[in-house]
Write a protein that binds this ligand. Structure first.
Ligand SMILES: [Zn+2]
Length: 152
C-alpha cells in the first residue's frame, strides 16, 4: 500500500474513494449523503500530499457499499476518483466512475430565469458534448461546461 494511503487507517470492509480533488471533497460528501450515515464509521483524509495530484482527499466508509448509480453521480464533480471495494482488508474490486447520459436532480441550471431555479422541481440535464463535456438543461436548453457546474 502506498504511503499516503496509510495516513488514513485501513478499513476491514467497505468503500474507499480516492483521488478526490480537495476542493471537491465536501461535494462528494453531499452527493453520497454521507452526513446521513448512522451505522458506519467514516474516515476522511483532507488535503493529503499526492505525487499524482499535488494534493488530494480520500474518504473511507466502513461497512457501506454503494450502487454504481450512486457512485456515478461523483463523476459530475470528481470524474477521476478511484473507488476500491474492500473486503477483509483486501481490495476486491477497483472501479472508476462514468458520467451518466442524463443527470437528474443534482446540478443547478446556470440560467437564473430557468424554471428549475424558480419553481421547486428537480433539474434535468443531458450530456450534449464530450471533450470538453457540456451539459444541456432539458427545460431551458442552456448549456454549461461540466467543470463549472454547481450542485443544487
Ligand atoms: Zn435550465
Amino acid at each position: 500500500m502506498k504511503r499516503e494511503e496509510l495516513m488514513v487507517a485501513a478499513i476491514q470492509n467497505g468503500t474507499v474513494i480516492d483521488h478526490i480533488p480537495s476542493s471537491r471533497l465536501f461535494e462528494v460528501v453531499r452527493l453520497l449523503h454521507l452526513e446521513d450515515i448512522r451505522q458506519s464509521s467514516i474516515m476522511v483524509g483532507y488535503n493529503l500530499k499526492s505525487r499524482k495530484m499535488g494534493h488530494k482527499s480520500i474518504i473511507k466508509i466502513s461497512d457501506k457499499f454503494f450502487t454504481d448509480a450512486e457512485l456515478n453521480l461523483l463523476s459530475v464533480v470528481a470524474p477521476n476518483v478511484t473507488l476500491c471495494i474492500i473486503k477483509d482488508f483486501e481490495v476486491v474490486e477497483k472501479k472508476r466512475v462514468t458520467l451518466p447520459q442524463t443527470i437528474a436532480g443534482i446540478v443547478k441550471c446556470a440560467n437564473p430565469k430557468c424554471i428549475t431555479n424558480n419553481e421547486p422541481m428537480p433539474t434535468r440535464f443531458v450530456v450534449s458534448q464530450e471533450d470538453p463535456i457540456m451539459l444541456r438543461c432539458e427545460y431551458c436548453e442552456k448549456e454549461q461546461s461540466l467543470e463549472k457546474v454547481k450542485l443544487v
